[in-house]
Write a protein that binds this ligand. Structure first.
Ligand SMILES: Cc1cc2nc3c(=O)[nH]c(=O)nc-3n(C[C@H](O)[C@H](O)[C@H](O)COP(=O)(O)O)c2cc1C
Length: 386
């Protein structure tokens, strides 16, 4: 049976994923932080964006192709960086990088992935972006950037929205440490998920391979330190300037919500701003990312490239973010729900869902190019005066 009949929407993939990955893995992927109010807030703001439906426009042939930061992509959506991606589904990094190369969408590899840039760069080819969590040590920072560049990653994403750890209570309850230490309860959960268990046996235990390389060389690290120890930098504007000086290609800063940060980032030579509240995983008091996007676009004017993420589930959601000022969108959890449901093939099925949904909604809106979404906004009538 065609996957489109069994899994026509991301919600089908999500429900199936939940049945196929161990509980502690599900809690890692699906959770946010605190009372988890940011996740529904992201969703609610997307749902509020409405468009004028078109009639009598004749045949509409949507063209989703998008040029962004000097590269052509098949549509304005890509794969956001997910740490420990290979824990969520065995071989996730290679599967999604391969999907991205085949489908012509950007794939962003996390610093804390379970595969090395040298392994994933050649698979992603010209679709590869690399995300940097800031290492404390400038020598490690320079070495990581050199390795990412040599491995073929073209765009660098510096994530700045982790000034300190977040509690992520669901992960604590699931006893998940990063890197994971197996407890008897986890082994029991794994035993109930044979496809995940066999895949993990084949691919090997998920580890933070890149940071492990440096931990071996760090004589000052406490003997109990885990590889994330090296990343506990508190980056400041000087840090950003240093990264800008080191990276010749496009530089994106990820995790921006405050319009007051937008102009200084542009002045610092950043090529694109990635508006994101980290999918609600860092700060439960954060505003919905779509609100921040609208304000940041208003502050910067039309030229500065903006990326949006947070709660995107459909092609229509991509158009909603574009209508509010984004030039490109990224999705995090969704691709991993797809892998959890369908294995390595999940990514291309989800890409097809997004493509078909975006094209279908563009026809309803009477537009042929995604960026025209900005002109089709529905203005609700003002509330009657009391
Ligand atoms: C399990 C998980 C791990 C993540 N790891 C990273 C990471 O390593 N680096 C990063 O910049 N963002 C990370 N993020 C945030 C995503 O890149 C992205 O901002 C977020 O998932 C977008 O929201 P969405 O999942 O609703 O699409 C992670 C998100 C999740 C769900």
């Amino acid at each position: 049976m065609s996957p489109d009949l069994r899994y026509p929407a991301l919600s089908d993939l999500k429900a199936t994923c939940k049945r196929r990955v161990p509980w502690f893995v599900w809690e890692y992927l699906d959770s946010a932080t605190g009372r988890e109010s940011v996740k529904p807030r992201n969703r609610a703001e997307l749902d509020k964006v409405l468009f004028r439906p078109a009639i009598l426009r004749g045949a509409i042939v949507p063209d989703l192709s998008t040029r962004f930061l000097g590269q052509d992509y098949a549509m304005p959506v890509g794969v956001a960086p997910i740490g420990m991606s290979g824990l969520i589904w065995p071989g996730a990094e290679a599967a999604l990088a391969g999907m991205a190369q085949g489908t012509r969408l950007p794939y962003c590899l996390s610093t804390v992935a379970t595969r090395l840039p040298e392994e994933i760069g050649p698979i992603a080819g010209d679709m590869g972006w690399f995300q940097l969590y800031p290492p404390k040590d400038p020598a490690i920072r320079a070495d990581i950037l050199t390795r990412a560049h040599k491995a073929g990653f073209r765009v660098l994403v510096l994530t700045v929205d982790l000034p300190g750890p977040s509690r992520r209570e669901r992960q604590l309850r699931a006893q998940l440490a990063i890197p994971p230490k197996l407890t008897p309860a986890m082994l029991w959960q794994i035993a109930q998920r044979p496809a995940w268990a066999l895949g993990t046996l084949r691919h090997g235990q998920p580890r933070l391979r890149l940071m492990e390389d440096y931990l071996k060389l760090d004589g000052n690290a406490p003997s109990t330190a885990h590889p994330g120890y090296l990343l506990r930098a508190a980056p400041d504007w000087d840090y950003l300037h240093a990264v800008r000086a080191l990276w010749e290609g496009p530089l994106v800063v990820k995790g921006v919500l405050d319009p007051q940060d937008a102009d200084p980032l542009r002045a610092a030579g950043v090529d694109a701003i990635w508006v994101s509240n980290h999918g609600g995983r860092q700060f439960d008091g954060a505003p919905p990312a779509l609100d921040a996007l609208r304000q940041i676009r208003a502050t910067l004017g039309p030229e500065m490239p903006l990326i949006y993420d947070g709660g995107i589930e459909t092609g229509l959601d991509v158009l909603r973010a574009l209508a509010f000022g984004a030039n490109f969108t990224m999705m995090g959890r969704g691709w991993h729900y797809a892998l959890g449901a369908l294995g390595a093939q999940g990514g291309s099925h989800l890409a097809q869902i997004l493509r078909d949904d975006m094209a279908s909604n563009m026809m309803q809106m009477g537009i042929t190019r995604p960026e025209q979404a900005a002109t089709q906004g529905w203005a609700p009538s003002p509330a009657p005066e009391s």
